[in-house]
Design a protein around this ligand. Structure first.
Ligand SMILES: C[S@@+](CC[C@H](N)C(=O)[O-])C[C@H]1O[C@@H](n2cnc3c(N)ncnc32)[C@H](O)[C@@H]1O
Length: 272
């Protein structure tokens, strides 16, 4: 598909943040020995327009974190696909995720959901198929759940990467409750912010009209919301494995064990 005539899409609010995570994957793809290989996003990127209002948020540590988060989610998808021959994957708040092209093509069905302007842009970049669908819908409009093909709930893998922190706590709880009603036994993978992220990062995001609204201080708090946590990983601790990319942190990696650092961003695999 040629993208040369793609009209510039100007996003605001939370949709604009997709440029941060998209750029992080482009840069990671272009790095020698990068964590991610993502030729599709490199192909799309020249058709997109960077928003300078995001310059202050796009720093090397953030870039590493977003790329690594995408990689961890990829690994979970690969694990799921390896044991579920009829796997159905749903990416909520997908942005310009190219995960399907990286690791998803052996899924039985793959759904990408985002708000209508984002899906409109995606329609200009890629084609749908019977098994690969783009759904223009808010995650809190439960109608999207009707689009998920009939299958055993254990086959359903729902991903919410960089999304839930932008919803209000009541919306997150309502979403979990709905997921439990519709897909009990499915896997929900998401990231949650807390700890240090409540400070400077939250202020910076608020200044670009993308305020963080839902914070989680520890994965044990998720049980009360109805989730069974299968695994929780600290993104900061994962980042510390890349010593040459974490600046001054490399001299004080133990800091990542302290709750404000450990819980700044948690990657959660859970059962609904
Ligand atoms: C930080 S971006 C993450 C995009 C992608 N998941 C990634 O990691 O690259 C947040 C995304 O959530 C989407 N989003 C925000 N609110 C939403 C809602 N109520 N329903 C669906 N998508 C939403 C935005 O449009 C945006 O694409």
């Amino acid at each position: 598909m040629s993208h040369s005539t793609l009209a510039t899409t100007v996003f605001s609010g939370v949709p604009r943040t997709l440029l941060l995570t998209t750029r992080a994957r482009v840069d990671e793809h272009q790095r020698p020995h990068g964590i991610l290989h993502d030729p599709m996003i490199a192909e799309w990127w020249p058709a997109l327009t960077w928003d300078p209002a995001l310059d202050g948020l796009y720093q090397p540590l953030g870039q590493l974190g977003w790329a690594l988060r995408a990689h961890v989610f990829d690994e979970i998808v690969q694990r799921h696909l390896a044991v579920r021959s009829q796997a159905v994957v749903v990416e909520l708040g997908a942005g310009l995720s190219t995960r399907y092209y990286r690791v998803g093509q052996q899924s039985h069905a793959w759904l990408e959901l985002d708000l209508p302007p984002v899906i409109h842009l995606r329609h200009q970049l890629e084609a749908e198929s019977d098994r690969y669908r783009l759904i223009p819908c808010s995650v809190v409009d439960w109608n999207w759940m009707d689009e998920v093909p009939e299958c055993p709930p254990e086959s359903v893998l729902i991903l919410a990467e960089g999304l839930l922190m932008y919803l209000g706590p009541d919306e997150v709880q309502a979403l979990i409750t709905q997921l439990k009603q519709r897909f009990a036994g499915a896997t929900l993978v998401f990231d949650a912010v807390g700890g240090l992220t409540r400070g400077r990062t939250a202020k910076q995001l608020a200044s670009v009209d993308a305020p963080l609204k839902w914070f989680v201080n520890h994965e044990r708090d998720l049980t009360a919301m109805g989730l069974t946590v299968v695994e929780a990983r600290s993104l900061i601790q994962e980042m510390c494995r890349y010593r040459d990319r974490i600046g001054g942190f490399r001299w004080v990696p133990w800091l990542s064990k302290l709750p404000p650092f450990r819980n700044a961003s948690l990657l959660i695999e859970s059962r609904v």
